[in-house]
Write a protein that binds this ligand. Structure first.
Ligand SMILES: [Zn+2]
Ligand SMILES: [Zn+2]
Length: 336
């Protein structure tokens, strides 16, 4: 039985597409106006604690949401005051001024939502702060790479898990935002979890933080040792892998442990080679790829410097992929 969350306000969902378009448009505009100079380092305009303090009054969030819903994310002073329903002009002016400059800018008599304002709304609309839905185990698309059975997907405390009930293997597990269930069927939501997790892992394991754009340190670690210290899940799905990648952002709180196999998906020559041998990785979910889920496919060849061998079975034989110390594909060896 499946239960897709209904606790997220359904009236909010229609705005998702508007927001993503708006954010993109605004990002382009921001490049021309308020981005810090490239050679000037990154300066902090607002103390982080003050930034959160700014939203301690509900009227300020109402102002941001009113601008988000307005055409071109812009309203005149009087239209904005009317939109939030605040009759006290002095009070309204005071709170609007608190936002003006960083979250809202006045341009030609219009108050316009800025990139920072969009990001505040994005954080709220992701649902992470406001909802914690549950999805009971439901059939997931694809097949268990170990036994061929249909895997299950379940979701609790913002953590999505794909597991095989038949061979009792936890295949993939990662946080997922409640917004992923909005406007989607259960199967679409599960496919979205797959696509989003793949892209997040690819980006972070290539050194770019998907949360803050900061630099991510990427290093191999021995799973058992490291996870004893840092495990945040009851049972880490890749705990039996001889090594995993430890990802740690220099700038924000993001950190993660992911299978080293994710680096294979970042090698176009390898992906092409696999496709010519009958394995098109784009046609498979993360949990269907043995090099993501099966510890037996991984061999630690060396630890100083690190070298990992990953074996990949294809229709014509097997490939041994060597990942070097910087977690990129160093070589591909084929045995027929
Ligand atoms: Zn199975
Ligand atoms: Zn970061």
């Amino acid at each position: 039985m499946s239960r897709i969350p209904t606790s997220v306000d359904p009236t909010v969902s229609k705005c998702y597409w508007n927001l993503s378009v708006g954010t993109e448009l605004f990002s382009l505009r921001a490049e021309n106006s308020s981005m810090p100079p490239a050679d000037d380092g990154v300066t902090t305009a607002i103390d982080p604690q003050d930034a959160f303090q700014l939203f301690s009054h509900e009227l300020r969030l109402e102002i941001l949401f009113a601008l988000w819903e307005a055409d071109n994310y812009a309203l005149s002073f009087s239209a904005l005051q009317s939109a939030v329903g605040e009759r006290d002009s002095g009070k309204f002016t005071y709170h609007l001024e608190q936002l003006t400059g960083h979250f809202v800018t006045e341009i030609d008599g219009q108050y316009v939502l800025q990139y920072a304002g969009h990001r505040v709304i994005d954080a709220i609309q992701s649902g992470v702060f406001t909802t914690s839905p549950t999805v009971e185990p439901t059939a997931a698309p694809g097949q268990c790479p170990h036994c061929g059975s249909t895997p299950t997907f379940e979701y609790e405390t913002h953590l999505a898990t794909v597991a095989c009930p038949d061979c009792e293997t936890k295949l993939i597990e990662y946080p997922f935002d409640p917004g992923g269930f909005q406007d989607r069927s259960p199967t679409e939501a599960i496919r979205t979890f797959d696509a989003r997790t793949t892209h997040k892992w690819q980006l972070a394991s290539s050194g770019v933080c998907f949360v803050c754009a900061g630099r991510v340190a990427v290093e191999y670690v021995d799973s058992p040792t490291e996870l004893d210290t840092h495990d945040r899940y009851a049972e880490f799905f890749a705990a039996a892998h001889p090594a995993v990648l430890h990802l740690d952002c220099h700038h924000c709180s993001f950190f993660s442990y992911v299978p080293v196999g994710i680096r294979l998906l970042d090698s176009p020559p390898l992906i092409g080679t696999l496709a010519t041998r009958g394995l098109d990785v784009s046609e498979h979910y993360l949990w269907e790829l043995p090099f993501m889920t099966d510890p037996e496919t991984l061999t630690v060849h060396n630890r100083d410097p690190w070298a990992i061998h990953v074996s990949v079975e294809t229709e014509t034989g097997s490939l041994t992929v060597e990942l070097g110390p910087d977690a990129t594909v160093d070589s591909i060896t084929e045995s027929l």
